[in-house]
Design a binder for this molecule. Structure first.
Ligand SMILES: *[C@@H]1O[C@H](CO)[C@@H](O)[C@H](O)[C@H]1NC(C)=O
Ligand SMILES: *[C@@H]1O[C@H](CO)[C@@H](O)[C@H](O)[C@H]1NC(C)=O
Ligand SMILES: *[C@@H]1O[C@H](CO)[C@@H](O)[C@H](O)[C@H]1NC(C)=O
Ligand SMILES: *[C@@H]1O[C@H](CO)[C@@H](O)[C@H](O)[C@H]1NC(C)=O
Length: 455
């Protein structure tokens, strides 16, 4: 009888856990992206001339600074009139905001001798009011490829949108096949900031020092793709990718100013880390003595190749995108308590999660863009193709294993209590508290297992 009630209780709990809840809300959704032209006629002219082909404009990276949400729109194909733009978060008159080119229309003009911006994949807004833009400078990745020079790092002042820095990577720091699509900005000290730039094509990491105004290239085996993790299968589209260093995320700086950089190749299910004190020292990081300075954090599991990631420094939760699983994962990386879970998954709302960020108000932002359909098939303009989801960090991790419980045993005890107070269960039942506790523990573990298997 006791076992019966315990099972019934466990079933109810299990269903509750399995059903989960929508921790993220879809806040923006677009069938196609649109730009703010000075007038409607200019917009039509751009479309007629082929300068603007709405079907070729795909949002890819995002970040938020104050009331502006920045979006990158890489030039995979022709007809992308501006590759970086923003909209105003205070304008809630629409769920499909029109984009304003950043910093200006002319910065995106490819007819200029040396265009300011060609094709950035990701940007990072720092706490000092600067926007760091990593421009691959490769237009037409999927058709009529044109290189405008080595990748460059542009830094804008978000108080007036002026360009503060333009650092073109020296030829020796880019290799055959280099492709820079991700960056992390180490902004603990505004005057002594660093940017870490990931090369996915010829696996490597370029470190840029704001103060020294120079960069250097770091090599490590952990930057390489895992040949056994190249299989991708998303909503019936199968493909193989062998991309190296990709997702980057920085921990909170320690009192000594150094942080930990977490990183992974795209074609890999492993997560690694390195102390930024190693990367910031040009002599050390470019020497052959750093192999052992790089650590293995662990595995995300089967099919858990990950793209972009971001670490919330307050909670110590690493949020990572899972394209194969239409999901956003989380990893509590505090040294005392490590665990992973799923924040959200949806075969409708999170098809190819492409970027994830936490802004300075601790709001989590996730962009999903159905990239595999855009690359290998055709997007259907009659339905929503691109979505931005959001939640506060606390809402996002509520009820997941990444939200560090005071003590795991508290949770198990609570389940024990629920079972003990279940209606019909006689107070005189002789089963001891301890055995209920054990049973509950076993059931909870099976529940969690079942849940992680189902999600
Ligand atoms: C927009 O959002 C703000 C803050 O969330 C709210 O105060 C305002 O009433 C909203 N405006 C409209 C037009 O819904
Ligand atoms: C990749 O997927 C194909 C077909 O889905 C399968 O046959 C192959 O074994 C997979 N390879 C690896 C390394 O997982
Ligand atoms: C990072 O390296 C510095 C300098 O060697 C060291 O003082 C610090 O403890 C290291 N941080 C971590 C988290 O290991
Ligand atoms: C950088 O590393 C080199 C080689 O390990 C070391 O000699 C030097 O003291 C380090 N520089 C700083 C500023 O820590």
């Amino acid at each position: 009888m006791t076992i019966g009630w315990a099972l019934a209780a466990a079933l109810v709990l299990c269903v509750g856990l399995v059903a989960g809840k929508d921790r993220l809300r879809v806040v923006y959704g677009w069938n196609e992206m649109n730009f703010k032209y000075d007038n409607e006629e200019l917009r039509w002219q751009a479309i007629e001339k082929g300068d603007f082909k709405p079907a070729n404009v795909v949002p890819f990276g995002l970040d938020v600074y104050r009331n502006r949400l920045f979006i990158t729109l890489p030039r995979w194909r022709e007809g992308v009139p501006a590759s970086l733009a923003y909209f105003d978060l205070n304008d809630n008159s629409t769920k499909a905001p029109v984009l304003t080119p950043f910093p200006s229309w002319v910065a995106h003009s490819l007819t200029e001798e040396n265009p300011e911006l060609v094709s950035p994949f990701r940007v990072s807004a720092d706490r000092c009011g600067r926007l760091w833009v990593l421009d691959s400078r490769i237009a037409g990745v999927l058709e009529k490829t044109k290189l405008y020079g080595p990748a460059q790092l542009l830094v804008y002042d978000l108080h007036n949108d002026n360009l503060l820095r333009r650092h073109v990577l020296p030829a020796a720091q880019t290799k055959q096949g280099s492709f820079f699509a991700n960056l992390a900005v180490d902004d603990g000290d505004c005057e002594n900031s660093f940017a870490y730039l990931a090369d996915l094509g010829s696996p490597g990491l370029v470190v840029y020092s704001w103060q020294q105004q120079e960069s250097w290239r770091v090599q490590h085996h952990f930057f390489h793709p895992d040949p056994m993790s190249g299989n991708f299968s998303i909503q019936g589209i199968e493909f193989q990718w062998d991309d190296g260093l990709y997702g980057l995320a920085l921990s909170k700086p320690q009192p000594d100013g150094f942080a930990t950089l977490y990183f992974h190749p795209l074609s890999s299910t492993m997560e690694f880390s390195v102390n930024t004190s190693v990367l910031r020292n040009k002599t050390l990081s470019t020497s052959n003595d750093i192999y052992r300075e790089f650590k293995v954090l662990g595995s995300r599991g089967v099919n858990a190749q990950s793209g972009a990631q971001y670490l919330d420094t307050e909670t110590g939760v690493l949020f990572y995108t899972l394209p194969n699983l239409n999901a956003l994962g989380c990893w509590q990386i505090s040294s005392s308590y490590q665990s992973q879970d799923r924040v959200y998954n949806s075969i409708n709302n999170l098809v190819f999660p492409s970027d994830v960020k936490v802004d300075d108000q601790r709001r989590l932002w996730v962009l999903a863009n159905q990239l595999q359909v855009f690359i290998y098939d055709d997007l259907y303009p009659g339905s929503i193709n691109f979505r931005i989801l959001s939640a506060s960090v606390q809402e996002a991790i509520e009820g997941t294993a990444c939200n560090v419980p005071k003590k795991l045993s508290d949770v198990i005890n609570r389940i024990g209590e629920v079972i003990n107070t279940f209606p019909g269960r006689k107070a005189s039942d002789s089963s001891s508290g301890a055995s209920t506790f054990n049973l509950a523990a076993v059931l909870l573990s099976s529940c969690l297992l079942l849940r992680s298997w189902l999600l």
